[in-house]
Design a protein around this ligand. Structure first.
Ligand code: ADP
Length: 394
């Protein structure tokens, strides 16, 4: 029986994939094709706990998808695939939900390329390669931006000349929407609350990081903006900074606009401030060994996060729960402890034992019984894409 969903997440030089049964939620295989287009291109897959690496020298997305197809055939999974679900980064204002792929959908994704010049072309390459290699299978597009389309204009408009919005689509979009949707459902289920009656602050803290205010199941504000550079401090991204940094660094260092953008996207955040690593665990280890720079970096990370969470609370009016997710949110008791303490102004009281317990896959509440709830919930964007794709082909 064909019931499984193949999930494809195409980046500019990589492709993540997984095969999931949306009913049992079992993941049969997952993998990553990376360094696409280079002599070192490989597909690394994990099947029944075993890792396999296949060389696909010089192959790009098309060749990588053909390679994934071979892997699925070899593992006896190819004939179980009912549909392909694609992660698409930017759906602009055109997409408020996931959709089956058709010519007009591809055109609309292509129209959003100016908003995500690195990501959307790769997403389209993935869709087209999957159409070629999996002919006849339905394809679904699941957008990072769609969840936030319910934001009110007061949250998404920037105070710049209005015609930039009407003519160019310059506004806040927000990202990580697939994760926010998954977390909203899971957190409400864990809390035994109705989604339609719950006010959530969600912090998705991975290499990229953002936070969102979710009121009664709908996104009402978020920290990422026109692009994923805005908002929280991240692994290598600065998050929100004074925009005049551009002219300052041009004048002081002779940088071009692209060079400043590259510094803010690739050399800032945890990496730039700590001068140690973009990886939170490595910065925490350095802090534990006494590095003052690492301690300062973690202080800035938590202060920025708490301050922006407090700002998002304005869009909610009340906080029923603060949810931590992503690699850092799910594992770092230190970041959670500092942030919950900084948010004591809202009445949060950390339970240290619970905070230490909810790590490495354990989920649940980390606050004392009095006061609002802070909790840890594991995200699973692939499963969300599988669920969406399955419901679209029903
Ligand atoms: P991505 O955004 O690439 O999906 P993840 O959600 O996997 O990233 O998060 C990666 C981040 O999670 C890294 O900064 C990593 O150091 C951090 N992380 C993972 N485990 C821990 C841990 N035990 N303590 C602190 N940080 C952790």
């Amino acid at each position: 029986m064909k019931t499984n969903i193949l999930i494809l997440n195409c980046g500019s030089s990589s492709l993540k994939f997984a095969v999931i049964d949306p009913t049992s939620e079992q993941e049969f295989i997952s993998g990553l094709a990376e360094r696409l287009g280079s002599p070192e291109a490989v597909i690394v897959s994990k099947f029944q706990g075993e890792k396999t690496t296949i060389n696909i020298a010089d192959e790009a997305h098309d060749g990588a998808i053909a390679g994934v197809l071979d892997v699925l055939k070899e593992k006896g999974l190819f004939d179980t695939i009912a549909a392909v679900g694609h992660r698409v980064v930017h759906g602009g204002e055109a997409f408020t939900a996931s959709t089956l792929v058709a010519e007009d959908v591809k055109k609309a994704i292509s129209d959003c390329i100016p908003l995500a010049p690195l990501h959307n072309p790769a997403n389209l390459l993935g869709i087209e390669a999957a159409e070629k290699h999996f002919p006849g299978l339905p394809q679904a597009a699941v957008f990072d931006t769609a969840f936030h389309q319910t934001m009110p204009a007061q949250a998404y408009l920037y105070p710049v000349p209005y015609e930039y919005y009407t003519d160019l689509g310059l506004r806040k979009y927000g990202f990580h929407g697939t994760s926010y949707r998954f977390i909203t459902a899971s957190a409400c289920e864990m809390l035994g609350r109705k989604t339609e009656e719950t006010a959530l602050l969600i912090a998705h803290l991975g290499n990229g990081a953002s936070a969102a205010a979710v009121l009664n199941g709908e996104g009402v504000d978020t920290t990422m903006g026109l692009t994923p550079l805005d908002g929280l401090m991240m692994g290598t991204r600065s998050g929100s900074v004074d925009p005049n940094i551009f002219t300052f660094l041009r004048d002081q260092k002779g940088y071009s606009l692209d060079e400043v953008a590259s510094v803010l996207n690739k050399k800032s955040g945890l990496l730039g401030l700590s001068q140690i690593s973009n990886d939170c665990r490595a910065v925490e280890e350095a802090a534990a060994e006494g590095s003052k720079q690492a301690l300062l970096t973690l202080d800035v990370y938590c202060y920025v996060l708490a301050k922006q969470l407090a700002g998002l609370a304005i869009g909610l009016g009340r906080i029923d729960a603060l949810v931590f997710t992503g690699g850092i949110g799910e594992n770092s008791e230190l970041i959670r402890r500092k942030v919950v303490e900084l948010m004591g102004i809202f009445g949060f009281k950390l339970d240290n034992d619970l905070n230490l317990k909810q790590r490495f896959g354990a989920e649940g509440v980390i606050t004392a019984e009095s006061g609002p709830v802070a909790m840890v919930v594991s995200t699973n964007e692939e499963l969300m894409i599988a669920r969406d794709t399955a419901s679209l082909i029903k």
